[in-house]
Design a protein around this ligand. Structure first.
Ligand code: SF4
Length: 476
């Protein structure tokens, strides 16, 4: 295939190249966008580092052409409004090393409308409050899904009423158009995700999506041809904010489900098929819904977390889960954080001098690198061990200790420069530096370059507080 980006041929649209985008720009190199040339601006547009509107030299029509050319292979769909809106989709590539994955998978927890009032409120509160910090980032859940498990229209409306003021966006789960309408009458102005349309209720659900201007999920289990047909029907009605759920099957393994997820994403990214260029939904909650008699709650929680991880690795943009145990959610939230970091940018913290606890001129001085995972691990260990120390953080372009020793970023000269620039020599009267165990190969080099005495500390920073206590005792 040799289709030019931004052009539709037989319904196919492929990703724009930098040259495709450049051809659409004014090509005057005026520099008013802050870039040296139109080519530089085109390169940044291609990398999503600037917006078309930053070129002030284009008329609206020309800008629309550029926006169309750079539109992602997978449409971005917004759920919720204002501060609590989340965006899913927006991906351009099949593999993360090619560019990056945009818009982290939304992790949504379902709450059934047949729970008692106390159980319902408690679960909503838990969902809203779950959070934990990892490498300086607060990891949280994304949305609440209200599920019409009772099948009762009034109960569904009542449950929806109770989450109306939640700080999280909503997914409304019912295949009954009457129940959906009752819920939308309460929260329709909050742009909840409608779940969902099937081949049996498509027309009614489509009418609701149009009336309330809400995104809609198309649930077509195990039949991509039918999904294509129904997606086309929705698009023909003027509905463009669609989420695709091809079904999550787990009883005989997740192989078929993963195949379908991957096939949908290939059709979007590699074939540009307009009926599949939408975010994909997975429902790991099926472990609780369809396996009521199978295994303990722990078994189900583990199976749900494993399925969530597999689906996330296979392009799921939104996952509906049931469990709220922190031991189940931490691995899923951590995996999401790892998948959605930009591989083009080093994960780094600011280099320099950091302080812990009470300090004086005898306070020990430790050293580490500015790889964020290393830094936050060391920081956590020093804080939890109530350590009193200075920590010099070396700029290694976000590389870990052993990697930067091998790559020549962690050198005697670099450490000597950091000692001088940080001003640590004015804060302590001694000249002793404790380096991480993995930095041992450059200890002599550091002594030669800096004139400081170097002690090789533990390889694992969890032992650093004990190590500091030991040298304090020895010094007495
Ligand atoms: S403002 Fe527009 S025309 Fe001027 S250099 Fe930037 S991209 Fe080119």
């Amino acid at each position: 295939m040799d289709y030019r980006a931004g052009e539709l041929k037989g319904g196919i649209k492929l990703r724009a190249t930098v040259m495709d985008i450049y051809r659409l720009l004014p090509k005057t190199n005026c520099g008013k966008c802050g870039e040296a040339s139109c080519m530089a601006f085109a390169t940044k547009l291609n990398e999503k580092e600037v917006e078309p509107i930053q070129c002030t030299q284009m008329a609206e029509k020309e800008r629309e052409k550029v926006e169309d050319a750079i539109a992602p292979a997978v449409r971005e769909v917004v759920i919720g409004t204002g501060d609590k809106a989340i965006t899913i989709g927006g991906d351009e590539v099949m593999y993360r090393y090619e560019l990056t994955f945009y818009n982290p998978t939304a992790l949504v927890i379902e709450v059934s409308d047949d729970l008692s009032e106390e159980e319902f409120d408690a679960k909503v509160k838990t969902i809203e409050n779950i959070e934990f910090e990892r490498t300086g980032e607060l990891l949280k859940l994304s949305a609440i899904a209200v599920r019409n498990k009772s099948g009762d229209v009034e109960k569904f409306a009542k449950a929806t009423e109770k989450v109306k003021n939640s700080k999280l966006p909503l997914v409304l789960c019912s295949f009954n158009p009457d129940a959906m309408k009752a819920a939308l009458e309460i929260v329709g102005d909050q742009r909840p995700l409608i779940y969902g349309a099937t081949e049996y209720n498509l027309e009614n659900m489509a009418d609701l999506a149009l009336e309330y201007k809400c995104p809609i999920t198309l649930f077509v289990p195990h039949d991509l041809e039918k999904m294509k047909e129904l997606s086309y029907n929705l698009r023909s009605e003027g509905i463009n904010d669609i989420v695709l759920d091809p079904g999550t099957y787990v009883r005989e393994g997740t192989g078929d489900t993963l195949d379908e997820f991957i096939m949908i994403r290939r059709l979007a990214v590699e074939k540009g098929d307009p009926d599949f260029r939408f975010p994909i939904m997975g429902v790991p909650a099926v472990h609780w819904i369809y396996e009521s008699g199978l295994g303990t709650m722990v078994d189900k929680g583990i199976r749900e977390a494993v399925t969530a991880a597999k689906l996330m690795n296979s392009y799921a943009d939104i996952l509906i889960m049931h469990g709220t145990e922190i031991w189940e959610l931490i691995p899923v939230l951590t995996l999401r954080q790892g998948l959605y970091t930009d591989p083009r940018k080093p994960q780094a913290v600011d280099p320099g001098l950091y302080t812990f606890g009470e300090l004086d001129e005898n306070t020990p001085v430790l050293l580490t690198t500015n790889f964020s995972l290393t830094f936050y691990t060391v920081e956590g260990d020093l804080k939890s061990g109530d350590a009193n120390c200075y920590l010099l953080v070396l700029d290694t372009d976000g590389r870990a200790v052993d990697v930067s020793v091998a790559g020549n970023q962690f050198t005697g000269k670099a450490v000597a420069d950091l000692i001088k620039e940080s001003g640590i020599e004015d804060k302590v009267s001694h000249r002793k530096l404790i380096i991480p165990g993995l930095g041992a190969p450059v200890s002599g080099d550091i002594e030669d370059e800096s004139g400081w005495e170097v002690a090789v500390g533990p390889r694992d920073s969890s032992q650093a507080p004990d190590y500091l206590n030991k040298i304090k005792e020895e010094a007495k």
